[in-house]
Ligand binder design. Structure first.
Ligand code: CAA
Length: 248
C-alpha cells in the first residue's frame, strides 16, 4: 500500500520523545515540521545534522504556551505553503516539587506549556483539517495524568486535562474525518526522566513490571500507527504504554 504524503507537525520535536515521533512519522513517508522553543541558537546546526542523517525537517520556533506565538506559527506555516494534516501536541515541561514547596511560577509554567498549549496550537490548525475532511490530532499525556505522582500536582493536573481536551474535541470532529487521541507514555529513557533524582528514579524503575525504562521509539511507533489511515476508527482513546507500571 502506498502511504499518502501528508504533513505532520510535532511540537517539541527537536529532542526526547518529540524527536523520536518526528523520525517515525518521517519514516512513514510524511513531511515533518518540528517546532522548538524560540531563539534556540543551535537549531540550524541541529537541522543540518538531521538532514545529513536522512531526516528532512522544517523547523519553526514557537512558545506553545503563548497564544500569540502559536497564532504566528500557524500564519508562518500557511505562508510557507504548508498544511498540517497530523498534529502531535508533544511539547511539555516538568517543574517537580511537593505541593507544599511548589511555587506559583512552577504551577503556571507547567499548566501553560502542557495544557494551555492544547488550545493554543490545536485551534489554528483545526479549521483547515475540517475543510479538507481529514486530520489526526495526537496529544501526548503521561502515565502520571492517570495515576498521579508524588511531587507532580502541576504536571499530573495538566496531563489529566490533556485527555479531557481529547475526549471533548474527539466528539466535536468525529463526523468530519478527524480523529483525536491521547497517548500516555510511562517513564522513558529521555532527559526529562534522567533529571529525576537518581535514588527516586531507581525506585520508580523498580516499580515497572518489565524492569526498564521505555524507549522513545516504542511510543513513536504507536503515534505513527494512530496517525495512519488504518486507525480511522480510533478516536477519543487514551492509549497507555508504560511497561505495566499502571494498568487500567
Ligand atoms: N510516596 C509517599 N511518600 C513519599 C514518596 C512517595 N512516592 N516519595 C517520597 N516520599 C516521602 C519521603 O520518604 C520523605 O519522607 P520523610 O520526610 O518522612 O523522610 C518525603 O516524602 C520527602 O521526600 P523527598 O525527599 O523525595 O522530597 P523532596 O522535596 O526532596 O523531593 C521531589 C520532592 C523532587 C518531587 C521528588 O520526590 C521527586 O523527584 N519525585 C519524582 C517526581 C517524578 O516522578 N517526576 C517525573 C519526571 S519525568 C516525567 O514527568 C515524564 C513522565 O510523563 C513520566
Amino acid at each position: 500500500m502506498t502511504v499518502p504524503q501528508r504533513t505532520a507537525l510535532v511540537t517539541g520535536g527537536n529532542r526526547g520523545l518529540g524527536l523520536a515521533i518526528a523520525k517515525a512519522l518521517h519514516d512513514a513517508g510524511h513531511g515533518v515540521i518540528v517546532t522548538h522553543t524560540p531563539g534556540n541558537p543551535t537549531i540550524e546546526a541541529w537541522r543540518q545534522a538531521q538532514t545529513q542523517a536522512g531526516y528532512t525537517f522544517a523547523t519553526y520556533g514557537v512558545d506553545v504556551g503563548d497564544h500569540e506565538s502559536t497564532q504566528e506559527l500557524a500564519r508562518r506555516v500557511a505562508a510557507d505553503g504548508r498544511q498540517v494534516d497530523i498534529l502531535v501536541n508533544n511539547a511539555g515541561i516538568t517543574r517537580d516539587a511537593t505541593l507544599r514547596k511548589l511555587d506559583k511560577a512552577s504551577w503556571d509554567a507547567v499548566l501553560r506549556t502542557n495544557l494551555d498549549s492544547m488550545f493554543n496550537v490545536t485551534k489554528p490548525f483545526l479549521d483547515p483539517m475540517l475543510e479538507r475532511g481529514w486530520g489526526r490530532i495526537i496529544n501526548i499525556s503521561s502515565i502520571n495524568g492517570s495515576k498521579g505522582q508524588f511531587g507532580q500536582t502541576n504536571y499530573s493536573a495538566a496531563k489529566a486535562g490533556v485527555h479531557g481536551f481529547t475526549k471533548a474535541l474527539a466528539q466535536e470532529v468525529a463526523r468530519k474525518g478527524i480523529t483525536v487521541n491521547t497517548v500516555s507514555p510511562g517513564y522513558l529513557a529521555t532527559e526529562m526522566v534522567m533529571a529525576v533524582r537518581e535514588d527516586v528514579r531507581q525506585q520508580i524503575i523498580a516499580g515497572i513490571p518489565v524492569g526498564r525504562l521505555g524507549e522513545p521509539a516504542e511510543i513513536a511507533a504507536l503515534v505513527a500507527f494512530i496517525a495512519s489511515d488504518a486507525a480511522a476508527f480510533m478516536t477519543g482513546s487514551n492509549v497507555a504504554m508504560n511497561g505495566g507500571q499502571h494498568m487500567y
